[in-house]
Every structure is written in C-alpha cells, then in structure tokens.
Design a protein around this ligand. Structure first.
Ligand SMILES: Cc1cc2nc3c(=O)[nH]c(=O)nc-3n(C[C@H](O)[C@H](O)[C@H](O)COP(=O)(O)O)c2cc1C
Ligand SMILES: [Fe+2]
Ligand SMILES: [Fe+2]
Length: 392
C-alpha cells in the first residue's frame, strides 16, 4: 500500500487486505478490509497510531522506510486485538527507543496476546496528553467498542480523532478519504452489525463522550478516513437509537419446500401491508447481510422445519448469531413445518433468550401448508402490521 498524506506530517502507512473474504471466520467481507496505521511527526517526537494484522507487517515496515523513519518514539495502541497490534513486536525490534503507549487494560492484553515485555510500556489514563512538540495526543477511553480496553486518540491541533475499530468500515479502496459515502456507510454498517451492535448501549455513551471533542476528521483503523465526520456520526446515532424501521426480516431454511412456501406467502402478504421485507435463505445468504438487516428492523421471522427433533442446524446457527448480536428487534417469532413432533419452538426460544423482543404467536404446521394454515399466517401478518403501527 502506498503512503498517503492526510495533513502536514500525518501519514496513512497501513495496509489494504483487498481479497480478505471473511472476518473473525464469521462475517463475509465482499469488499475486503484495511488495517490503517497512522504516522504523526511532531516537532520533537514521532508516534505511530495502531499497526496492522501480522501477515501485513512487512508492508507497514516498508511504508515507514519510504518515509525514512529512523526513529519512532511512541507506538500508540488504541486496541490490543491482533489486527491492530500485530506488528508491535517487530517494530519494537526495529525501533529500540520506541515505547508502547497503552492504557492499563490494553497493556495486560498486549503482554498476554503479543508477549510484549512490561518494560517497553508507558501506560496512560483517560484524558492524558502526550506531547510530540507542536502536536499533542490526547487519549480518550471508549471502553467496549468492542473490547474492554478500547480507546481513541485525539489530535487537537489537526482536529483528527483516531478511533480504531469505532466508526470503521470493511472496505479496501485506494481512496484515502471517503469518496462514495453511500458505499462506505454500507460497509461501516456491516462492521457495526457484527462488532458494535452487541454493545449498543455503551456505544451510545461513547458517542456522547467523543462528541465533546472538537474534531473534524475521523481516522478509523479500518476503511477510509472521514474528512467530514458528520456522515458516520449521523449513521451511528441512527443505528444506536431505539428507533426501528417498518421492516421485517424473514430468515429461513427448508429441506422439502413446506417452510419455504410459507415464507414466500408471508413475504407477499407483509409487502402488501406496505412493510419492507428483507428475505434470506439461510443456506445461500451472506450472513453479513442478515446481520446488517437486523441493525434497524422491527421484526424477525425465523423459518425452520423440524429435523431430528429440533430446528434445522442452519436455523440454530442463525438464532445463535442473532442472540449474540442483540439487535434492537421489537418482535420475533418462529414459523415452520414438522412431520410428527419435536422441541423446535422451545429450542429456538431458548436460543433467542438475549432478545428484548416480544415473542409473537408462532406458526408450526404439519407437512405442506393447507388452507387453515394460511389463515394462521394471515393472522400473524395482521398482528405484525398492527404492532408496527402502534410502535413505529
Ligand atoms: C433428516 C430429517 C429429519 C427429520 N426429523 C424430524 C423430527 O425429528 N420431527 C419431526 O416432526 N419431523 C421431522 N422431519 C420431517 C420434517 O420436519 C417435515 O418433512 C417438514 O415438513 C419439512 O419441512 P420443509 O419442507 O420446510 O423442509 C425430518 C425430516 C428430515 C428430512
Ligand atoms: Fe477489534
Ligand atoms: Fe479491528
């Protein structure tokens, strides 16, 4: 990756992962991702903010060479996770004077994960300022976006907030700054859905905390830099709010088509009510799309046949994912087909126990759906329409 200049003596020196296709071995990355690292040269000291994923370390080192960086005083670690701390051990060897700037929790993680010796650290507290001469770094603790130790680094002289994972997007692009806001916000939503949504309450508090700072740009450690931070702040404010869209997520699996028949029927009936539908066949879908649709939808319908006495494993997997992502759904239910009996309903309800959503009457029918079954589905659609009218 090329070295790109953000402002006077501030450079982006990280790496694009153009063809990475899975994050956390869980969420698909159609647009790849990036690990951003930022070099700041003050009049007296030089600091590097965050590093890159271990396999990309050579690229970071070569970028630093391009800038003829012979001395780094501070390696600021906003977050201990390996995609940002991965090059610290190598950099400590190349730059023997460098000290790792981290908060106490981050120091413990880094010693544990990266085997960095205690003697190389300088720990900082919330609100501490580190002088680089004519530029200063102020550390703002923003815990749980998305680990307990996460912090942001604020550079007041240039009005830049280095936010690490917070406000990041999974997008590999040659653009240093956001050029296509709609695309970046979509990839930031994919990022938010997996990483931030489970901590919605605390994300909200951290947004309020950083709003007190006078910054113009947000430079995250994934995806392009926001020269106008308003677009991502507005998106985040919307995602963390309690407001949901007039939208139903239908996610299903079906072996012989009975459950699927009901899902298509529900989709059409719900659309006729003027409600948006996001429709996912769990066997074919990009789970990132499912997670993104859960960021602001009001209702989830999970469709599954009964298989070997319980829900289909694909539905169990999806339910587990929904449960840990803790979306702000207001309503949820199960619809499916069975042959003779089982514990499908109970098992799905148990796996969705984290949700605060009201559980609507499920529709579990025997075999292929018949006239009476469609009556039950109509009733469910009417209930959803009424509930949405009352709450959205
Ligand atoms: C491998 C397999 C295991 C099944 N196990 C059960 C079961 O334990 N209990 C049950 O009620 N039905 C069981 N069934 C029957 C299905 O639930 C039934 O065929 C249902 O209508 C399938 O819905 P679908 O067409 O949406 O796949 C099983 C079917 C298959 C193929
Ligand atoms: Fe992270
Ligand atoms: Fe990250």
């Amino acid at each position: 990756m090329a070295v790109q200049q953000i402002k006077d003596r501030i450079f982006s020196v990280g790496s694009r992962d153009w063809d990475r296709r899975l994050f956390d071995e869980l969420i698909p990355l159609p647009d790849g991702t990036s690990y951003n690292s930022y070099l700041i040269r003050g009049s007296e000291k030089t600091a590097l903010i965050d590093t890159v994923d271990p396999p990309k370390t050579k690229e970071l080192i070569s970028n630093l060479k391009k800038l003829n960086i012979t001395k780094i005083d501070y390696l600021v670690s906003n977050h201990a996770e390996q995609d940002h701390s991965g090059s610290i051990p190598d950099l400590l060897e190349i730059y023997p004077e460098a000290r790792v700037i981290a908060n106490e929790k981050c120091r413990l993680f880094l010693m544990d994960l990266m085997e960095i010796p205690e003697t190389r650290f300088q720990t900082v507290s919330d609100g501490d300022v580190l002088s680089l001469g004519d530029k200063n770094l102020k550390f703002i603790f923003t815990p749980w976006v998305h680990w307990p130790e996460t912090m942001c680094t604020f550079l007041p002289e240039d009005k830049i907030l280095f936010s690490c994972d917070f406000f990041g997007s999974h997008l590999a692009t040659s653009d240093l700054f956001v050029r296509n806001p709609a695309k970046v916000i979509e990839d930031a939503k994919r990022y938010y859905a997996e990483i931030m949504m489970p901590f919605r309450g605390v994300v909200k508090k951290n947004i309020e905390k950083i709003e007190a700072l006078d910054f113009e740009m947000i430079a995250p450690s994934h995806g392009p830099v926001y020269s106008d931070s308003k677009i991502i702040l507005d998106a985040y404010r919307n995602w963390v709010s309690d407001k949901v869209e007039n939208q139903v997520v239908i996610a299903y699996v079906s072996m012989h088509g009975s459950t699927e028949k009901m899902m298509f029927y529900l989709m059409e009936r719900i659309m006729e009510k003027g409600i948006s539908v996001k429709f996912f066949n769990l066997i074919k879908t990009d789970l990132g799309q499912l997670a993104m649709s859960l960021v602001d939808s009001a209702t989830l319908i999970l469709g599954t046949p009964t298989v070997l006495t319980g829900p289909h494993p694909a539905a169990v997997y999806a339910a587990t994912l929904v449960n840990v992502l803790k979306p702000k759904l207001k309503f949820a239910t199960v619809v499916g087909s069975y042959g003779w009996g089982g514990r499908t309903l109970e098992m799905i309800q148990n796996s969705l126990s984290n949700l605060k959503a009201e559980f609507l009457d499920p529709v579990l029918i025997k075999g292929y759906p018949k006239a009476a079954d469609y009556g039950l589905l109509d009733k469910l659609v009417d209930t959803i329409a009424t509930k949405h009218q009352e709450t959205i």
